[in-house]
Design a protein around this ligand. Structure first.
Ligand code: SPV
Ligand code: MN
Length: 623
């Protein structure tokens, strides 16, 4: 280290633990310089990145960057959770003993920041003052300036956020070292990348990527993996990959908050940012809290409360347009500070484009470069149809750019959670919405969440790829213990939230979607609010309560009765098949609580009873 000016930084000096952490890891990674940053440095850092070409202008107050072509997504295979306790080994968490893996990743980091600046990013996940603030403090060391710019948008960044820690040594220690992306053997047996969360030491060591969750350590490594471990160890909270939104009835003033988990590619960001259908927009306002992470706790009066620990949105660009997500389109406008990554870029006009932004790509290809930086106009016949943007291209914006951001998004007390919803992508069986009355059955529902297998996530046709609570890639400890912690938390709640399952993706015989989706999805959530308040009673089925077709507010929506029936139908035989798969799924997990099996058994018996009723009536096998 040739420059130790950072230690002169008066704020860094006030916390000797931070200083010791920086010194320890600077000695390992050997950067040329160390710099402590805060959100106030954003404009200067942006200028530095524009000057060295790591950022390009994308219109007024918006920026564009490209990642290394081998480094475009979070890597689940290379992500490891390590602790000293072998009972933390789960089915999904790639558990390894902390001693081994810490040494391995440290060796890879040794000297790997030579010639670079190590940025010290003090940050807070969660608004200041929440009961979980002690778990929210972190310091990320990174050798990539773009990671700093992303973190400034996604978290609350600056030493001031860490200035009044109750225990000044209690912050998550994160080290991110990019490595030589040209020679890491990404995706080969010799893959050098290693993304480690040492959960019981509250340490995150990520080597070999500068992209997304691999590099922004506050987001999923701290906000989900580490926080869920902390949540159980303290017995105080849950950290889940959930959206969080509010619905305000402008006529009655009623205000409801819904959080929920959706596996990847099930429309979570679009739902989080949804607006009411046009015809209902005088009656309801939808408020945005967060699209990816919720931390949940039980307050002194026994209410379940939640907050979004993030300060921004790292959203998938593909298919984002004014129909699928008008809120996002408004949020990424000129002057928003948005950073686009791996979209297509026009170096003449400074525009960005991605598949689905408009039905067709720009007609005039002059100046357009695809996400790899190759000119579209120079494409050979063979590459003519290759996408212009990477499918995992992203926009990054801070929450204050979202037009319908909730006024109380920063409230230290969080918001009361009225409902927890789960939703996968399933072409049949799962109705548009079903309410689950019993909270334990709701936890069971979350644990058996899944989406249909796709080419992206291989699996058997018609069988779900299970993604418990949408936490499969972020589980930090054994799944049975995770279920038990959920049950403990839920039992502490005086009036548990309403659990429910939604599905916007049912298909008709021709493969078309039965439900129009997007803004219309709010109608299902409004029914849940009505059900919660006892204004509607629905139809009781073996798998939960579904709306009567007269109970959904369908004003302004043309939908035939037959189609609606299909959307709300429960196919008993298909459900029985599904329950058989669920047995295999749940049996994988050690220490799955008896209460979860009991909830499963109740559903299985209710289905059997229903089938025998149907058989006696000689009727169809659906209710
Ligand atoms: C996800 O993949 O679920 C994300 C994006 O939220 S990343 O932070 O890259 O993991
Ligand atoms: Mn996510």
């Amino acid at each position: 280290m040739t420059d130790v000016n950072w230690a002169e930084d008066i704020e860094a000096k006030t916390n000797p633990h931070i200083r010791a952490f920086v010194e320890e890891w600077a000695a390992v990674t050997m950067p040329d310089r160390v710099e402590v940053v805060s959100a106030a440095d954003d404009a200067r850092l942006v200028q530095e990145s524009l000057a060295d070409g790591t950022l390009h202008p994308a219109g007024r107050g918006r920026y564009y960057s490209r990642s290394h072509v081998t480094d475009t997504a979070r890597s689940e295979e290379r992500t490891v959770v390590a602790t000293a306790d072998p009972s933390d080994r789960g089915v999904y968490n790639n558990w390894r003993p902390a001693v081994d893996v810490k040494q391995e990743v440290t060796e890879r980091m040794r000297g790997a920041s030579r010639g670079k600046t190590m940025y010290v990013i003090p940050y807070l996940m969660s608004p200041p003052g929440t009961p979980l603030e002690a778990y929210a403090a972190g310091v990320e060391l990174t050798d990539d300036r773009n990671v700093v710019l992303q973190m400034i948008r996604m978290a609350r960044v600056g030493m001031t956020y860490l200035s009044n820690l109750t225990d000044p040594s209690m912050f998550v220690r994160g080290v991110h070292v990019t490595g030589d992306l040209d020679s890491l053997g990404q995706g080969t047996p010799a893959d050098q990348r290693l993304f480690v969360t040492i959960a019981d030491e509250r340490m995150i060591l990520h080597f070999g990527s500068a992209y997304g969750g691999n590099a922004l350590l506050g987001k999923i490594a701290h906000g989900l993996r580490l926080a869920s471990y902390d949540g159980r160890r303290s017995g105080k909270f849950l950290a889940e990959q959930y959206l969080l939104l509010g619905i305000v009835d402008l006529e009655t003033g009623e205000r409801r908050h819904i959080c929920g988990g959706f596996p990847s590619a099930s429309g979570k960001t679009n739902l989080a940012m949804t607006l009411p259908p046009e015809v209902l927009s005088d009656r309801y306002r939808v408020e945005f809290y967060g699209d990816d992470i919720a931390w949940l706790w039980v307050d002194a009066s026994g209410q379940l409360r939640g907050t979004n620990p993030e300060n921004g949105v790292f959203g998938v660009a593909k298919d984002t347009n004014s129909k699928t997500n008008p809120t996002a389109m408004a949020a990424i406008g000129e002057g928003s500070g948005a950073i686009f990554t791996n979209t297509a870029y026009n170096e003449l006009t400074q525009e960005v484009w991605w598949e689905g932004l408009t039905p067709e790509p720009p007609v005039d290809s002059a100046g357009w470069l695809d996400w790899t930086g190759a000119p579209i106009s120079a494409r050979t016949e063979e590459h003519r149809d290759a996408p212009w943007a990477h499918p995992n291209s992203r926009f990054t914006i801070s929450l204050d750019q979202v037009p319908n951001i909730a006024a109380d998004v920063d409230a230290a007390e969080g918001v009361v959670i009225d409902a927890v919803i789960y939703g996968g992508r399933t072409r049949d069986r799962e109705p548009l919405v079903r309410a689950v009355n019993d909270a334990v059955a709701g936890v069971y529902d979350g644990l058996t969440l899944g989406a249909e297998a796709t080419f992206a996530a291989e699996g058997v046709d018609g069988q779900l790829r299970y993604d418990p609570m949408s936490m499969r890639p972020f589980m930090s400890y054994a799944e049975g213990d995770y279920a038990a912690h959920w049950l403990r938390m839920i039992h502490e709640v005086a009036e548990p939230p309403l659990f429910a399952h939604v599905n916007w993706f049912q298909r008709d015989a021709d493969g078309g979607y039965l439900w129009p989706g997007y803004r219309e999805n709010l109608r299902a959530l409004l029914w849940l609010c009505d059900y919660r308040e006892g204004r509607v009673s629905g139809l009781d089925t073996p798998v939960g309560v579904v709306p009567l077709d007269t109970e959904l507010d369908l004003v302004g929506l043309e939908i035939e009765a037959e189609r609606l029936d299909q959307l709300l139908d429960i196919d008993i035989v298909r459900w029985q098949e599904e329950l058989a798969h669920r047995v295999e799924h749940l049996e994988q997990f050690a220490r799955m609580p008896e209460a979860i099996w009991a909830a499963h058994g109740r559903m299985a018996r209710a289905l059997d009873r229903q089938l025998s009723v149907v058989d006696r009536a000689g009727d169809s096998d659906t209710v």
